[in-house]
Every structure is written in C-alpha cells, then in structure tokens.
Design a binder for this molecule. Sequence first.
Ligand code: KIV
Length: 634
Amino acid sequence: MATVCTHPKILPTPAATVSSINIPKSSQSQLLFRSHLHNPKTPNFLVSPPNLHTTSNPHHLKPHILCSQTDNPKPTRRPDYIPNRISDPNYVRIFDTTLRDGEQSPGASLTSKEKLDIARQLAKLGVDIIEAGFPASSKDDAEAVKMIAKEVGNAVDKDGYVPVICGLSRCNKNDIQTAWDAVKYAKRPRIHTFIATSPIHLEYKLRKSKEQVIEIARNMVKFARELGCDDVEFSPEDAGRSEREFLYQILGEVIKAGATTLNIPDTVGYNVPEEYSQLIADIKSNTPGIDNVIISTHCQNDLGLSTANTLAGACAGARQLEVTINGIGERAGNASLEEVVLTLNCRGEQVLGGLYTGINTKHIYVTSKMVEEYTGLHVQPHKAIVGANAFAHESGIHQDGMLKHKGTYEIISPEDIGYERSNEAGIVLGKLSGRHALRNRLAELGYELENDQLATIFERFKAVAEQKKSITDADLGALVRDEVFQPEVVWKLHDLQVTCGTLGLSTATVKLIDADGREHVACSIGTGPVDSAYKAVDLIVKEPVTLVEYSMNAVTEGIDAIATTRVVIRLENSHTVTHAQTGESVQRTFSGIGAGMDIVVSSVKAYIGALNKMIGFKERSPPKFPAERNKVSA
Ligand code: KIV
C-alpha cells in the first residue's frame, strides 16, 4: 500500500556508536564491517566488508570456495541454556515459529499429530526454541502445545539439549494463563506475550494511549512471571514502524517487570536491512537494563527482505532469530530457517563476525519436505536451499564446470542439508532393485521408516518401476511423502475408474474403505474426470465442503512423471480459530497432497487427504459409524 510505504513517522535517530554494539571478539573483519555499517554515508547494508583480503583475515590465504560443513567445522557444544544470557557472545539462538506464525499461512492448518511430528523434527534439527502455537486461539491449539510440551519438551538428549517450548499470548491474563497451562509441562517453558506499539496500531487497532500500553505490558509480563514462568519473551508488535523513544521506554519497563527476551518484530516487513540493524543497535544502546536480556529478530517478508533483515539484526547484536521452515508465515511469510542458518554456516566466520548456531543442517531437507507436505504449501522450485532446482545444473556451461569442480557453481553441497545426491541425475533405483536397496536409499535421503511403512513404499515403488525406466530421488520422495506424511487415515482410496472424453459426460466409480475396513462404492457424473471422481467421493463421505484450491505439478520430467496434486477445502461454518494479531475469528482451511503416475488417482488421494485432515479436526478420532456423519451433511 503506497500510503503505508510513505509513512512519515519513522524518525531518524542518532546512530549508535560502534563501541556500544556487542561485537564478537573473534573477527577483525567484522569490526571493520560494523564501522562501515554505521557510517551514515554507507548506502547499503549488504556492501562487502572492506579489508577482507588483508592479513587481518585468515581466509585470504585460501580462497573460500565452498561452504560445505567439512570445510567449515563448527563448535560442537551449544552453550547451556539460561533464559536471559548466553555465555558465548557468538552463539545465536534459533527460535522456530513454523507451528505458530507458519500455521497462520492461508491453508496451512495442521492437525495435532502433524504438529507433534514437526516439533519432533525441529528438535532433531536442534532449534533452541519451538514456538508451538497460540494456545488461546482454539482448544485444538492448546492441546497440541501441551502435547508438544510434554513429549518434545522433555526429551533431553545425551548432551543435555532439550528445546524450549514456547506459547504465544496477547497481553491479557486469559491468554497468558492459557499459554502457561499448555507450556508448563516442558522442562523449559516460555511464554511469549505481545502488544502493538506503532502509532497506526495504537490509534486504529488498540485505541489506547502509550501510557496505557506500557501499563498493560508491564503488568502482563509481571503476571507471567508470577505464574512461575521464568522465561518470558515480550514483543512490541510492529516495532519496525514504532517511535524509538516509546520503544526504549516500554522495553525498559518490561525488563524491570521480568522479561528475559525482547523480540523486535518488523511485523509488516517494512524495514530495509540497514534500517533494521540500526533499530536493533539503537535499542541496544538506549534501553535501560538491555544487557540483562536477549534481543531477538522477527522479520516478515512483505518486501522479500526477511532473511537480509534477520542477518542485519544479528550483526547489530540480536542473539535470537525467529524463523520458519520454508519461510512460511503470515502473508508473504517469514525469514526462512534454512536461509538464515545456511548463511551463518556459510559466511558466518568470514563476514558475519563468527556468529554460529546449534542447528544440525543435515535434517533440513526432510524437515522442509515434511512441512511442505503437512501444510500443503508448495516450495517454489527456485527457493534457496530447499527448492527442487537449488542443486540442479541445467546449462551446458554449468554442467561442464560442475564436472570439473563442484565449487565452480555450487557454494553449498546438497549433502549439507541431508540431501545425498548419488550422481548428477539423481537416478538410483530401477525395477530390479530390492527392498534393502530401497531402504538404504531412503535412509540416505533422510527418511527412516518403520517396517510396515517400508513394505507399503516398496509395493508402490515396484508398481511405479514397472511403468517407469528409472526412479529418481524426487520420485521416491513423492511416494514416501504420499504414504508417510499423511493425516490419520479415516477414508482410504481402494479403487477408482473413470471414463471421459468427447463422447459424453465423464463418469467415475469410486470405492473407499472406512476406518473399520468397510467398503463403500459410489458413482457420479461430472464435467471432467476429476470433477466426477470428487462428486463420487462426496456421495460416500457426505461432508459439505467447498473446494478452495486445486493444483497439480509433475515431480519429474517426461510422460511417465509422477504427478503431485494439492487441494485446499473448507467446511462451511466450522473450525474457526482466533487470529493472533487481529483477534478475528478465521475459518480454517485444510490441505491435502496426493502423488501418483495417474493424475486422477493423484487428485482423488489429495482430496481424501484433505477430508481426512478436516475430519480429524472435527472428530479427533476415526468415525465408527459413517452413517452417523450423514446427519451433518448438506
Ligand atoms: O509479526 C509479528 O509481529 C508477530 C509477533 C506476535 C511476534 O508475529
């Protein structure tokens, strides 16, 4: 919105002096970079730090061409967790909000089981803090956060690592109490409370004065501490468009009230990197008591700057970075975990002051796929780090370079994110391959399957191998995700037959199996094969849903490609949640993904997946008597 972009209230403030910023000791080049950063004449945050190739930089001796982990060994032990302090000034905490901000993406509703699976995966990644949800938004969310707190929040590993489990709350007693009731089961529970501070939010959303907002924030942080929570995060929402003096004042007050982390959200993705780094630096220089807390970033992606802003914030002294897997989140999303972490891994030592995280990047690929599948939010092929093309080399010149030396066109190795590329085409298995080879390859790709899951995948693998010359890693991934990353099965597709063409109406016959193993058959006509098949499914399942979105992609090239289909559905007048920031009731939508060589089968699987997810929300258990559900049908 042009009017917002020309908002006049962002006032220039005195630049922080270099000495006021907590500069990691380890990097001379970073020191030079910072002084450059705070030179008012410097036009852009992303300029190269000067002097990188002088003798003060140990890397000048060996040109750095790859960021692979073997090239860049990291400290293995993360500092002990103390809410308001980190013993190593270079360590940066990763706060993952996929399950909260990420779930606010349209169509991204997750069931409790899916949230638990993702939380387990985030713990494998080693994120420091998991924001597991917004418990006051719905009973479902409160239950999911509680389950995650009990299970993931108590699974201490051999090094003593266990993630902090955090619940979001607005600044009111009911939200804070509900968040505490959910997170308190974790070994390290955290309450994250927020209230808006920008002039536009104060005037139009809150209709409160600055004094009133300070009073509420102070009292609510105090209330959270009095409940027994010793790890309280406070966010002045829309800090990116708030007045500096007001921020210093409210932040100083919540520190006195007991806040341990101060998160500085660029809620509408309005800031540019230099501006955001200045905001963090100014808060660091001017807020009373700031040295006793951790500063955090939370950068939305409305202008596509969330990763750059997050890193700029880290360079200015933030030691907690809020991110999501695949960058999903409200509107244009959030800073993506994989981009932020890989940048710190890749360039941290050289140009980012030696900053590092405790993330085990080998789990990134599978986590990304799991989040993609469960949320139904496709990752664009050219997405950095996790997109399908991120490690593909199409042009002859690039392929030639890659064959001569991978460093010519690849700065990180796919292996670093857990994607093992066995050869350039990724072709590994064919119809003569056995179960053992399949298990090994899947394990290399990061999928560790139970025996029964492997048996099902093996059956499907053989069926595809009968029809397709070679099976790529992408095909395997699609099959596994189609079977494993699925909601609890209520309805399952057994058989499908369609006739279509120019001679008459399309007709579909569908056989589904219910949770008790009973068969249900229906047939219907429709405007095309998918429409008639969906209508036949509707005749059996009898849920009054609206199809909100339908899309299809081919996973690999060629006529024998595996197709994945994504659908989003909505059940009318049902499943509302309270939106964290607007407080409005929002209707949930449910997505499903299906994969197969037959596009109609893939489409029907996706539809049934979305229906299963929706029914799982509604009933929390598989239907015993399908006939009973007929009562709610339209
Ligand atoms: O974008 C935002 O301001 C938020 C806060 C609740 C942290 O999500």
